[in-house]
Design a protein around this ligand. Structure first.
Ligand SMILES: [Zn+2]
Length: 144
């Protein structure tokens, strides 16, 4: 098992196309302080650059028939570890279909559309909710 796969397992993600970036000094993650309440967060920097097979709008088989039109970066909340919030900074390649000119970013089932909460974190929320823990306490525990 690669180091990348090991980290995916430890943070609960399943998409093996998500690649963790290692800093020049060999770190896989870094501590950062969030401004709004000054709490410490463990941040991972990653990329998702896999070309989709079909255009998401017209269904055209892409297989190399696309343009690369820049990248977008999004931040997703991961499950907490040892009481600390973990964040995934994900840089995704944006593609353009040569047929319909639609631009799009490949989706991953590890994340929900239009949400910054990752699926592994949703599972953690559901697990705590099943134990009759109040919503406010769940939000405090998971830094939501
Ligand atoms: Zn298209």
């Amino acid at each position: 098992m690669s180091i990348n796969d090991s980290i995916l397992n430890s943070v609960g993600l399943t998409n093996k196309n998500i690649k963790f970036l290692i800093s020049d000094n060999g770190d896989l993650n870094e501590w950062v302080t969030l401004n709004h309440d000054q709490h410490q967060v463990l941040r991972y920097c990653t990329t998702l650059m896999t070309a989709p097979e079909h255009c998401s709008q017209c269904g055209f088989l892409l297989s190399g028939h696309f343009y690369l039109v820049g990248t977008d970066t999004a931040s997703y909340k991961l499950p907490t570890a040892n009481g600390y919030q973990q964040i995934l900074l994900l840089t995704k390649q944006r593609y353009q279909c040569l047929r319909c000119k639609n631009t799009f970013i490949p989706q991953s089932k590890d994340f929900m559309p239009d949400s910054t909460i990752s699926r592994p974190l949703v599972h953690q929320i559901i697990d705590l909710a099943r134990r009759d823990i109040p919503e406010k306490d769940i939000a405090d525990i998971l830094h939501l």
